[in-house]
Design a protein around this ligand. Structure first.
Ligand SMILES: C[S@@+](CC[C@H](N)C(=O)[O-])C[C@H]1O[C@@H](n2cnc3c(N)ncnc32)[C@H](O)[C@@H]1O
Length: 225
């Protein structure tokens, strides 16, 4: 990840330009997460977590949650807006903020080690991979592989622009970019697709475009490294 991208994210949070933040728990998370059948108390990693309310929902299901987020503005807002008083401590290049089952490491995802994260049983990715420029997504996935035990599932939500796909069949299937990024190490199960017609709030005069909301369950299948 380039320092320029990091500076951009830090600035977006400082200037409160955070339209990506959802004001409610993602309905596809609450509907499809239970299908992973993970044990109570198992530990969920939330990369590039922002101040997502989805972390609260995961903790309410009995999970230990550990997010990583670059911006201290986001981390502070997460705990303040949810009326939680975290304990803060330095951990190498990160600051760990923790309250009960919820923890966020504030710092750069690309600097994380397995020792920083501890045991991880699954991953929740909403607008993490897809927030990154295409050129560094391979690095994001390679880093995920380093951090995860091989069998841990990844629950991935994406929003794909149907018009960027070559055909309707492709628009409703596994995204070719995800296939290229994950297929070497993961079995990819496209669990759900939902089509919505949406107008761009910045260009309401433009015709609505079809977006595909997809739920992927990825199961790691390479040997433990
Ligand atoms: C599109 S937002 C999504 C946030 C969250 N997943 C959600 O659903 O609301 C992407 C987040 O990644 C954070 N981020 C970007 N690059 C990062 C990095 N290298 N390490 C940690 N966090 C990063 C940004 O600050 C931002 O909060």
């Amino acid at each position: 990840m380039s320092d320029r991208d990091n500076q951009l994210w830090l600035r977006l949070w400082r200037e409160r330009r955070t339209a990506f933040h959802q004001q409610a728990v993602n309905p596809l998370l609450s509907r499809f997460w239970p299908s992973l059948e993970l044990a109570q108390g198992s530990r969920v990693f939330v990369p590039l977590c922002g101040k997502s309310l989805d972390m609260l929902w995961l903790a309410k299901q009995g999970h230990e949650v550990i997010g990583v987020e670059l911006s201290p503005v986001a981390v502070k807002a997460f705990f303040r807006e949810n009326h939680l008083q975290p304990v803060k401590r330095r951990q190498g290049p990160f600051t760990l903020w923790q309250h009960g089952r919820l923890a966020i490491l504030c710092g750069d995802y690309f600097a994380l080690t397995r020792a920083d994260l501890g045991q991880i049983d699954s991953v929740y990715d909403r607008a993490a991979l897809t927030a990154l420029p295409q050129a560094i997504r391979t690095g994001y996935v390679a880093q995920l592989r380093l951090l995860l035990p091989s069998a841990s599932p990844v629950f991935l939500l994406t929003i794909e622009d149907a018009e960027e796909h070559a055909s309707l069949q492709q628009a409703l299937g596994v995204d070719p970019e995800l296939q290229a990024l994950y297929a070497a190490d993961f079995d990819i199960d496209l669990a759900h697709v939902e089509s919505l017609f949406e107008t761009d709030p910045h260009a309401p005069e433009q015709p609505a475009r079809r977006a595909e909301y997809k739920v992927y369950r990825l199961s790691g299948r390479t040997q433990e490294h």
